[in-house]
Design a protein around this ligand. Structure first.
Ligand code: MG
Ligand code: MG
Ligand code: MG
Length: 323
């Protein structure tokens, strides 16, 4: 019997978490080939089969990228209970698929802050890079494992989204080198333009409901003072959202009350102006203002220069609410 090992990203999956699952499953299967031609005895001793999975439905740019590069959407694993899993693009259980407490975690590969506890020693590869796919691409290069054009394109797309086309403070020199290499393999000369193309898809929100906009890239944080939900949406023009703000605000308040959040925040990032408009539903406005270092005007505020949840937003809230 082959051991099935699911490689899975976070809830509200983004392109990096899906592309990481697909590319890392490919990497692992090629590094430890399936015993296809082996005899009964070897079959019984087992081999590993790595399967990409996703903890929820794909967002728009993920669907676009999978289609563009000819990949099937990975299986949606709603519950990880009893499964063997490798976590990619997250390590906090608050962001993981349901049932992860009862899963056997084999390995973690991620680029976020570490908030992880486990009873066994495992392979744990977390680097302060701009995307999970950068870490995986580096593994291909280091192992001289050939990357085909389509997989390189998919990984490139994911890194461009996560690093906001290299503009994000999370983007490192390693990411930039890997972007150039992958663009070469994928034969995408003008990767900046390709990145903009993806962000236009990502920010064409007109046909999405307010709830869908909020949940399209949304993460939970369990701070000592309560549960926070922080969503982000990127756009090439903030004005696209001008007439949606009231509806989004109502939806944030609904979500806060129905799911018992301390605060639910959506920040809309203008990737051209490089700043974000924050919409805040909270039980403690004063402390949120303290965290952000600015006053809210009618539960909203624009902050110049802030574009990264991981580096610039979540730590601010953790500093005040995880004490
Ligand atoms: Mg992610
Ligand atoms: Mg990522
Ligand atoms: Mg992101």
């Amino acid at each position: 019997m082959l051991n099935k090992i699911y490689i899975i990203g976070h809830k509200s999956p983004d392109l990096d978490s899906v592309a990481a699952a697909i590319s890392y499953a490919n990497f692992k299967n090629r590094r430890s080939p399936l015993p296809r031609d082996c005899g009964e005895a070897e079959m019984q001793s087992g081999g590993e089969e790595y399967l990409p999975a996703s903890a929820g439905a794909m967002n728009k740019e993920t669907v676009f990228a999978l289609e563009k590069f000819g990949f099937e959407a990975p299986e949606i694993l709603k519950n990880a209970d009893g499964k063997k899993v490798i976590l990619v693009d997250h390590n906090e259980f608050a962001q993981a698929a349901d049932g992860v407490e009862n899963a056997e975690i084999i390995e973690v590969l991620d680029h976020h802050k570490v908030d992880f506890k486990y009873s066994e020693p495992i392979v744990f590869d977390v680097r302060p890079w701009g995307a999970s796919c950068s870490i995986i691409a580096e593994k291909y290069f280091k192992n001289n494992l050939e990357l085909n054009k389509n997989l390189a394109g998919l990984m490139l797309a994911a890194i461009l989204v996560d690093t906001v086309i290299t503009k994000s403070p999370t983007c490192t020199e390693n990411d930039k080198i890997i972007i150039e290499k992958l663009a070469g393999i994928a034969d995408i000369k003008h990767w900046q333009e390709f990145g903009m193309e993806i962000f236009k898809i990502r920010s064409s929100a007109s046909e999405l409901s307010d709830a869908e906009i909020i949940k399209s890239d949304f993460k939970d944080f369990n701070f000592k003072q309560g549960k926070f939900g922080i969503g982000q949406v990127e756009t090439v023009d903030l004005n696209n959202f001008a007439d949606r703000k009231n509806g989004l605000m109502d939806e944030l308040n609904k979500l806060k009350n129905s799911e018992n959040y301390h605060s639910v925040i959506l920040f809309i990032t203008d990737i051209i102006k490089e700043g974000s408009e924050f919409l805040v539903a909270t039980n403690d406005q004063e402390k949120v203002e303290q965290a952000l270092g600015v006053k809210l005007d009618n539960n909203k505020v624009y902050i110049k220069g802030v574009i990264s949840r991981k580096k610039q937003v979540a730590p601010k809230f953790a500093g005040v609410f995880d004490e």
